[in-house]
Structures are given as structure tokens and as C-alpha cells.
Write a new protein. Structure first.
Length: 289
């Protein structure tokens, strides 16, 4: 998980969200609010609401950690609008723009579901049963819309599992553990293998870029490029072409699949792995990509 770059929605769409939310807020009990939340979310209040959510989905798609990729697992296709604060427990956030992100069906329906863990006043985790109103309002779950997951945990470049940072207090430790437990980010073996593959791909990409930047002729440069790198303008001067390629590789690698992998490489592997040390010695600016 990484922090999302939040985008805004138009005032017209926000007004529709507020109107729908007010219908829930006007109910007098938690049970009635939860029921109204369920029915309104299903109908979106009619055609106008459905059209608004078509726009919302497009904005959320543009916010994804990688092109159309789940913001939780960083692996599967993002298809579902997710309520970070589950709407069945927090109906007051059903139509809250900042409570949405796009995730895959597996994370949404197979793992997160309606699981609700909250923190009490002593930062202890409490599990809330379905149809019960949470007695406290602090969700025991990292919210990548407003929080930076990298402040809580980091992916190990060796095990490719998320590890909690050592200086977390009780509240953040419990929030992190709850997030990992709900989403099973360290138990889904497909992800572990994919993260390792992404790390290898990053290394090969950076190795290729080093060869490109040291090429002494256009022909030498072309011999290093991959077949699908023919999008570059080879009428440019060698120096300008190198600059264009570097910028393209920068955009690619900094927002590649499983972006947590690249962050881990920059923060940890660049200091602990000799091969990665060599890469960053030759292209030190990549530490800021």
C-alpha cells in the first residue's frame, strides 16, 4: 500500500453526494441510518446519482497506484468502489468522497467485506459485530486517502512481506496489524511471487538504462533498447534521446506495478544490497523517483 494522490470532484457531483448523505443523516437511529445507507447505495438515488458515480469512478481510476490497479493489493484489476470506513458500520460516511477508493473484487468481497475493527480510548482493538453501532469512531485500518502507509510499514526487499516500522506507538501498531490481517497482504502467495518479479524487473530496467546512458552512438543505444521501445524519436540528437528515454523510464519505474516494491528498493536495498548500491551510484537521481 502507498499513499494516494487525492483528486477533487466537481461541485455538482459533490452536491449530489451531500444530498444523498443528508437523507441518511436525517434518520433518527443507527439501525435506520444503516438501512437507508444500504438502499441508497444500491440505487444511487436514481439516474442523477448513477451519472455522478460514473464520474466518480473515472476520478478514482485516475487515482490508482498504477493504471487501473487495486489500491490495496497493488496487483489485481481495480473494479469496485470501496468504502474505507464500511458503510454498514459508518452510514454517515456512505457518500463521503474521501471514503472512496478503487479496489479489486477479491480485496473488497473476499477479504475486507464488512469486517470492522476499531480502536477504543486505550488504543486496544475491538471487533464490531454486524448490525452493531461502533462504540468508538477510530477505525483500526490504514486509510491511504489521508494517511501514508509507508509511515506504518514497509515491504522487505528480502522476504517481500510488509514489516511494521520499529518506532510505532501502540495505536499505529494495532492499526497496521489489523490492516495486514484483514487484507492478508503477507499471506497471499501470488503477491509475494509477483513482488519478487517486479523487483527483478526494476533491476533489469535500471541496468538497461545505465547501458543506454553510456551509449556512444545511436546504433549502440538502439541495440540496448527493447523491441517495444521504438516509440522514441530517433531523429533527436543522442543526448536529447537519452534524456527522453531516461524520463520515460523514470515515469515507468516510479509508478510500476506493486509500487511498494520500488519504494522498498530505494529506502532499503539501495543501502544494503551491493548490486543495488552500484545501480544508484551510477544513477543517483533515481533515489528521488
Amino acid at each position: 500500500m502507498i499513499r494516494l494522490d487525492s483528486k477533487t470532484i466537481s461541485s455538482d457531483v459533490m452536491q449530489i453526494l451531500n444530498e444523498l448523505q443528508n437523507k441518511i443523516n436525517n434518520e433518527t437511529t443507527f439501525e435506520k441510518k444503516a438501512e437507508k445507507s444500504k438502499s441508497l447505495w444500491k440505487s444511487k438515488g436514481g439516474k442523477k446519482g448513477e451519472q455522478a458515480f460514473e464520474i466518480i469512478r473515472k476520478v478514482l481510476y485516475d487515482m490508482c497506484v498504477y493504471i487501473g490497479t487495486c489500491n490495496y493489493c497493488e496487483h489485481n484489476e481495480a473494479s469496485d468502489i470501496e468504502h474505507i470506513y464500511p458503510k454498514s458500520f459508518f452510514p454517515e460516511k456512505t457518500f463521503d468522497w474521501e471514503n472512496y477508493l478503487l479496489v479489486c473484487k477479491e480485496c473488497n468481497s473476499a477479504y475486507k467485506l464488512d469486517k470492522c475493527y476499531i480502536l477504543d480510548n486505550n488504543d486496544e482493538i475491538i471487533f464490531v459485530k454486524r448490525k452493531e453501532e461502533p462504540p468508538y469512531k477510530t477505525l483500526a485500518f490504514i486509510n491511504p486517502r489521508v494517511e501514508n502507509p509507508e509511515r506504518f510499514m514497509i515491504l522487505s526487499p528480502d522476504s517481500f512481506e510488509f514489516e511494521l516500522l520499529s518506532d510505532l506507538d501502540k495505536k499505529d501498531t494495532n492499526k497496521s496489524n489489523s490492516t495486514l490481517q484483514i487484507l492478508k497482504l503477507n499471506q497471499r502467495h501470488t503477491f509475494l511471487h509477483k513482488r519478487k518479479s517486479v523487483a527483478n524487473n526494476c533491476y533489469e530496467t535500471m541496468e538497461r538504462l545505465i547501458k543506454i546512458m553510456s551509449a556512444n552512438s545511436l546504433e549502440e543505444l538502439k541495440s540496448v533498447l527493447r523491441p517495444n521501445d521504438d516509440r522514441f524519436d530517433f531523429t533527436f540528437s543522442l543526448d536529447k534521446l537519452k534524456s527522453e528515454i531516461k524520463e520515460s523510464y523514470k515515469r515507468h519505474i516510479s509508478r510500476y506495478e506493486h509500487p511498494s516494491v520500488w519504494y522498498s528498493i530505494k529506502l532499503i536495498a539501495s543501502k544494503t544490497n551491493e548490486k543495488w548500491k552500484t545501480i544508484f551510484e551510477k544513477i543517483p537521481e533515481a533515489l528521488n523517483w
